[in-house]
Design a protein around this ligand. Structure first.
Ligand code: ADP
Ligand code: MG
Length: 689
């Protein structure tokens, strides 16, 4: 019954007439509960005195002063009233433009409460915008409190919104139940929901405000984690027998490698092993910066599966990358008796048929490929592990399509676009996350240099020197072909220009998405074999391409690329023993945001920092690729600011669901109704990403 009361329309409140209803509805506030959840976006502290002398700084004055005189300034009927005031610390004037009637309200000798921003100008301390009230007129609406300030729209004023919210709190807040479990309130000294709502709107003290905020921020993240936690529970409920995983093939590969695995690679492999041995299917995301050696981890992870006589699939988003993985795999695993196959959409019908038969018979241990892997006619004998590289390039459906080829196979997702920790816990909250932070030993930090387009000659000269000493270079462009609409350099024109005019002594090749796969493959092979010195490309080389002798990445019109693309592109170099360089050439007409992105690249090399910056510049929705607008729009919590609260809420929810899997389930919820409108709490939304 209480719930229904909270759903009363706002028009039930005093002072909320038709115009106000309309203005409120444009902010999606329809019911009393919506209104109660319209939190202030800032506060004015009219509690703690700030005497006049502080008006000389940028502090807002909040004091009691005496009116000491009047004066008019200006000419003719445009003359404006100036009221002189004084407190214990200083004297000042109030400029009453267009409000000469204030003369009567502010008689000389009157004591007033005053709140406003002052400036020291023309040799006096003055304010043109201020609130005031005569002292001694009973309880005040405007003074001696921390005053909430709300987002407004249409005809609304702070005054009538404050009034309506105050009434809603008086009459309805008692209907609000607490929405977390009781031990949490005790553990964190949270306020009850009723107190928290009162405290967030009309805090009696700074301490109350702090407590109210802490309560509501935590509560919001708690509910978000609850949805995620319940999803994870569903996913993990598909139990199987726990088992021991063999390690012989992994050992053989370790011995074969010319280098040692990094500590983080070993740590991740250990986590993967534990998952594989556990009684529920693995669902793990491995994130590691470009060049941190994820591919090797993927192959290592496949080995125990193969050793058991079962099958693994390794899916990559582009044919270029899939082919590279297949070739690397063949090289790495040669001599271990692993049977590898490569499947793309581009293989001829007869070969395809043959390959699919082998796969079905279990004659193939590891299949590497593109989207082609989950087409319908692909049947495995016993798919036990699905690996998805650059997972953010695939949708949930595609992941599931691959998984459906086995019976509860383990899932290993890899990403080189590091997900900020906070997002990993939310949009990706149903995954376990492993992180590779350390780079293989001996890597040098890539030097990043900026140059304006127009000054590219110097860059080209530098590149020529590097090429002479045997290195190779990438040149990347935002367009494939010339465009009439955009005045940008394009790959095809630049390919000819670089080959004929700039680097006539060197061999130049080109790849982009309009070139057919065979030619692409041929060009890539030539680049790997150092038959080509320069590879002109679009962002197709962004993912995965691994040519350690290439040490130069020139990106022209760098302002046209997103941060994660730039970081990925830069990650194509710095993969070997030689010092590498990244040149970001920008057009003089670049936007503020373009400029910021380029500066972020110049100043940072850590992919995690870059993706946090990306999050700040773009907002989280876009980053996770979640379509629905408003997703992850939180009322009061903030993913970057409240990251540690999020972590706490996640851990608490995990613990809670362990003991009480039905906690606040939709069917047992009471006041979760209040959150019906809150966007993040839908399972479908969380499924994307
Ligand atoms: P990414 O994480 O971007 O997928 P890759 O798996 O392509 O990185 O690895 C980048 C390069 O580092 C490859 O040439 C790979 O052989 C090499 N590599 C991987 N692990 C190590 C290691 N532990 N020590 C030295 N080199 C390594
Ligand atoms: Mg990779």
């Amino acid at each position: 019954m209480f719930i229904r009361e909270l759903k009363q329309p706002v028009s039930r409140l005093k002072g909320i007439g038709d115009a106000a209803v309309k203005s409120l509805s444009s902010m999606e506030i329809f019911s009393v509960s919506d209104l109660l959840l319209h939190y202030p976006f800032r506060y004015e502290d009219r509690l703690n005195p700030v005497p006049l002398v502080y008006g000389r700084s940028d502090k807002t004055v909040n004091t009691t002063a005496l009116v000491t005189g009047h004066e008019f300034f200006g000419w003719g009927h445009k003359k404006a009233l100036k009221v002189h005031i004084q407190d214990d610390t200083d004297s000042a004037v109030l400029l009453c433009f267009g409000r000469n009637f204030l003369k009567d309200k502010l008689p000389v000798g009157q004591e007033i409460r005053i709140y406003g921003q002052f400036q020291f100008k023309f040799n006096e301390l003055q304010s043109g915008t201020f609130d005031f009230e005569p002292v001694g007129e009973g309880e005040s609406d405007l003074f001696d409190k921390i005053l909430p300030v709300y987002h407004l729209s249409g005809s609304l004023t702070q005054k009538n919104l404050r009034k309506a919210i105050a009434q809603a709190l008086r009459e309805y807040a008692i209907a609000v139940n607490d929405e977390m479990n009781i031990p949490l309130y005790q553990k964190y000294h949270f306020l009850s929901k009723e107190e928290a709502l009162k405290g967030i709107h009309f805090p009696a003290s700074e301490e109350t405000l702090r407590q109210a905020r802490a309560t509501l921020i935590y509560e919001e993240l708690f509910h978000l984690q609850l949805v995620i936690g319940r999803r994870a529970l569903k996913q993990h409920s598909l139990e199987r027998e726990s088992r021991t995983i063999p390690a012989m093939l992994q050992e053989s590969l370790r011995e074969k490698l010319p280098f040692k695995l990094t500590g983080d690679q070993e740590k991740v492999l250990e986590e993967i092993r534990e998952d594989m041995e556990s009684s529920r299917a693995m669902c793990r995301l491995v994130q590691g910066d470009v060049g941190s050696g994820k591919t090797l981890v993927a192959f290592m992870a496949a080995l125990p599966v193969i050793e058991q006589g079962r099958q693994a699939a390794f899916m990559a988003p582009t044919e270029l990358l899939a082919r590279q993985h297949a070739e690397n795999g063949a090289r790495l695993l040669s001599g271990l008796g692993v049977r590898i196959a490569f499947l793309t959409g581009n293989i001829n019908a007869e070969n395809r048929k043959h390959l699919l038969e082998e796969l079905k018979d279990g004659q193939i241990d590891l299949i590497v490929g593109t989207h082609a892997l989950f087409t319908e006619d692909v049947v495995f004998k016993d798919l036990a592990l699905a690996i998805v590289d650059e997972q953010h390039r695939f949708g949930v459906k595609q992941r599931l399509a691959l998984l459906s080829k086995g019976s509860h196979p383990d899932l290993l997702l890899m990403t080189a676009t590091p997900i900020p920790r906070t997002l990993a816990l939310t949009a990706f909250g149903d995954l376990d996350v492993s992180t590779i932070k350390t780079m293989p030993a001996g890597r040098k930090v890539i030097e990043t240099h900026l140059a304006r387009i127009g000054n590219e000659q110097k860059v080209y000269d530098f590149v020529r020197n590097e090429l002479r000493s045997g290195r190779q270079a990438y040149f990347v462009y935002p367009l494939i072909q010339q465009s009439e609409k955009m005045d940008l350099k394009d790959a095809e024109s630049m390919y000819h220009h670089l080959e004929n005019d700039v680097f006539p002594d060197f061999k130049v090749g080109m790849i982009h998405s309009k070139i057919d796969e065979d030619t692409k493959e041929h060009t890539m092979k030539a680049f790997v074999a150092r038959d080509l010195d320069i590879l002109v490309a679009t962002s197709v080389v962004e993912v995965g391409v691994d040519v350690p002798n290439a040490t130069i990445m020139v990106i022209e019109h760098a302002e046209r690329f997103g941060l994660s693309a730039l970081h990925q592109l830069r990650g194509r170099v710095g993969r070997g023993e030689h010092q590498s360089y990244n040149f970001l050439l920008y057009s003089p007409e670049l936007t503020e945001e373009g400029k910021k992105r380029i500066m972020v690249m110049k100043e940072n090399s850590d992919g995690f920092v870059i993706s946090e910056e990306d999050l700040k510049l773009r907002g989280p929705g876009e980053l996770t690729g979640v379509r629905q607008s408003g997703y992850l729009k939180l009322r009061i919590a903030d993913f970057s600011r409240d990251a540690d609260v999020l972590v706490r809420a996640r851990d608490d929810v995990k613990e809670l669901l362990k003991n009480d899997p039905g906690f606040l389930k939709p069917e047992n919820r009471n006041l979760r109704e209040m959150f019906a409108k809150a966007p993040p709490y839908s399972d479908d939304l969380l499924a994307s990403g």
